[in-house]
Structure formats: structure tokens, C-alpha cells
Write a protein that binds this ligand. Structure first.
Ligand SMILES: [Zn+2]
Ligand SMILES: [Zn+2]
Length: 358
């Protein structure tokens, strides 16, 4: 049987599912490859993708990391089509979200209660079809039930887990003043969560007015343009921030520490590849100010059940963060939109063409 439209699924024999998965080669060359998906192995799930978010890391892959055509897409909501015989926690028909990597549960770190330190990760990364595909195979272990959520909103569960990692790492207290630097999807979700955890001021800084408007809508008390105020000055204005959450490249870390109160904690996520990742820090100011700097790295992906509940209850209002839905056949256009129109674009969810309604 032939495959016609992009994303069209055809049974190529009784057992194999043929899909057209999107691949990208830097810079921004999107192609579609026919991939045959076998029936799931005993510990696998075969998934019909419902929505996949475009993430900052996808943009890095599309901009420079993909030297060869590479499958991508890791913020995924899907419907289970079939599971292998060893899978018991999900079944065909279930709506799920995927951990982009899962802890193993077997290594010493996992057994010692530190699954967050597991390096024996289980994942769908590197499979020939990932989230930007109408269907994919994944270790079933990565799938977390997410029934009753709009799929595009549910696809925020993975980055919401990253936001949760930052919030937990910051140990935000009930009356802490908190500064969030960078109003991408992760910063915005972190701000929305923190809004419920502290009665202190929540302040968001970004360079883009559109993002600051979003931050206001998510419960930030005050928002400031990075162009108009230095973080250190902002710290003085508010009497110092007990917690500073940075979702921006590391060049901003000294300024973030300046904004922190005596005893403040700055948590950061935001890679810069190459020498941009090397930053000189004023350690004396950290000592005498009793300040801490903590790196967040949400690998393995964790807290997705919490993230699903935050989205389900609207504590994290996913509808405001997903600004666009676009079909898989227009992925190249969607990537350009994310790259060039930060003012109007926050999270873009890619839907299989069959599910997309303009
Ligand atoms: Zn992501
Ligand atoms: Zn482990």
C-alpha cells in the first residue's frame, strides 16, 4: 500500500505501521521520512501522537546541533494504540504524556531514593520516529496517564516538570519574594506555580513585551523589561529576592545573584553551547551574602503526574501558554515562527494533520 499525504498512516503489512516522521538538519531543513513501526516489544508502547510541543532544545537541534537529518520532538501527548505483553500500567486507548527520559528504578541511586540521579535512563530518544511523527514507539515506562486534558495542553507536562524541578530546587518558602528571569514556557509555568506557593511578591523579567503580558496573566505581581532595568537595581527596589529562578543563558547569572537577598538562592536552567557556558562568578559576594547558585537539570524527567494535575486544575493555565497549534506538514514554518516571532509566540504545539483544524 502506498503512503500519500504527509502524516498519512498506512498498514504496510498486517503488523507494521508506516508513518512519515519529520527530520531536521541544521539549519532548519525539515524533511519527512517513511518509517516502519514494528508491533511493540514486551516493554514498549505503540503510540498515536496527538500533540508535540516545540521546545527551546528543538530549536537548538534545528539551529546547529543536527549535523545530519535527525528525528526530534520530545514534549509529547499521545494515545496508546497497543502495548507489549509485559506492560500493565497503560492500555490501548489511554491518553498519556511521555517522560523524555525515565529513571530505571534498578540502579543504586534509584534504590537509595535518588531517582533524580539515575544515569541508566530509559527513553525514546534516538528512535527513528519521535514526537514530530503521527505515531511512534516508546519504552512504555516513559508513559504517564493524562486523561481528560486537551492534548496540546497536556504536551506541556514535560516542560512543566522542568519548571517543577526549578521550583523544588529553589525551596521557595511561603513568604519569599521571587524573581523569575526569562519568560519562556518554563519560566512562565514556574511563575504560575510559585504564585500558589508564596504570599510574597512574584516578579518576572523578560526582554519581550508579549511575554511580560503573558506573565501578568499568569499571576506575576509585577513585570519588567530587561531593557529598562538592571537586575541588581530591581533587587534593591524590592529589598532583595529570596529566590531567583533563571531560565535564560548563563551570562545573566551574576546579575541574578546581585538581585538575590542575603541568604538568597538562585536556580538556573539555560544552556549556552561552547564558551557561553563559562561565566566568571563573584564568589566573594556569594560568601558574604550567604548566597547559593544551583543548577537545574531535569534528567531523568520527573514530576509528570504533578505536572498533569497542575495543568488539569488550571494552576498552570496551559491554554495561555500554548499560543499556536500547527499541523505536522507545516513544521518548518512553525520552527521559523518560534524563531522570529517571540512577541506573539510562546508554545507551539504540532498536531498530526488528521487532527489539525485550522
Ligand atoms: Zn523540552
Ligand atoms: Zn536508576
Amino acid at each position: 500500500m502506498t503512503v500519500r499525504g504527509i502524516g498519512e498512516i498506512a498498514m504496510h503489512n498486517t503488523d507494521v505501521l508506516r508513518v512519515k516522521a519529520a527530520y531536521v538538519k541544521a539549519p532548519f531543513q525539515v524533511t519527512y521520512r517513511e518509517i516502519d513501526l514494528d508491533p511493540p516489544a514486551p516493554d514498549e508502547a505503540l503510540l498515536d501522537v496527538l500533540a508535540t510541543g516545540i521546545c527551546g532544545h528543538d530549536m537548538e537541534i534545528a539551529t546547529l546541533l543536527a549535523r545530519e537529518p535527525t528525528p526530534f520532538g520530545h514534549e509529547i501527548c499521545a494515545r496508546v494504540r497497543a502495548v507489549g505483553p509485559g506492560v500493565t500500567h497503560i492500555k490501548a486507548g489511554d491518553q498519556v504524556v511521555l517522560e523524555s527520559s525515565s529513571f530505571c528504578g534498578l540502579c543504586a541511586d534509584c534504590r537509595n531514593g535518588r531517582a533524580d540521579l539515575c544515569r541508566n535512563l530509559v527513553s525514546f530518544w534516538g528512535r527513528p520516529a519521535m514526537g514530530f511523527s503521527p505515531a511512534m514507539l516508546s519504552p512504555a515506562r516513559c508513559a504517564v496517564p493524562a486523561e481528560g486534558l486537551d492534548p496540546a495542553v497536556a504536551s506541556l507536562a514535560e516542560p512543566c516538570g522542568v519548571a517543577l524541578d526549578m521550583v523544588k530546587l529553589s525551596e521557595v518558602g511561603m513568604s519569599d519574594r521571587v524573581l523569575v528571569v526569562g519568560a519562556g514556557a518554563i519560566g512562565l509555568m514556574a511563575a504560575a506555580i510559585i504564585r500558589r506557593r508564596t504570599c510574597g511578591k512574584v516578579v518576572v523579567v523578560d526582554s519581550n513585551p508579549g511575554r511580560l503580558t503573558l506573565a501578568r496573566g499568569l499571576g506575576a505581581d509585577e513585570v519588567f523589561s530587561r531593557h529598562e532595568v538592571a537586575l541588581g537595581e530591581l533587587g534593591k527596589q524590592f529589598g532583595g529576592f529570596h529566590k531567583v529562578l533563571v531560565t535564560a543563558p548563563p551570562g545573566v547569572l551574576n546579575a541574578a545573584l546581585e538581585a538575590a537577598a542575603y541568604g538568597g538562592i538562585a536556580v538556573f536552567i539555560g544552556f549556552d553551547w561552547g564558551d557561553g557556558g563559562k561565566v566568571a562568578i563573584d564568589t566573594t559576594a556569594m560568601h558574604v551574602g550567604k548566597k547559593q547558585l544551583r543548577a537545574s537539570f531535569a534528567s531523568p524527567a520527573m514530576y509528570l503526574p504533578e505536572a498533569v494535575e497542575l495543568l488539569r486544575t488550571g494552576v498552570v493555565p496551559g491554554e495561555k501558554i500554548v499560543t499556536h497549534r500547527m499541523p505536522l506538514s507545516r513544521l518548518a514554518e512553525a520552527l521559523q515562527k518560534v524563531r522570529t516571532d517571540r512577541q506573539h509566540t510562546c508554545k507551539v504545539a504540532i498536531l498530526p494533520d488528521e487532527l489539525y483544524r485550522a
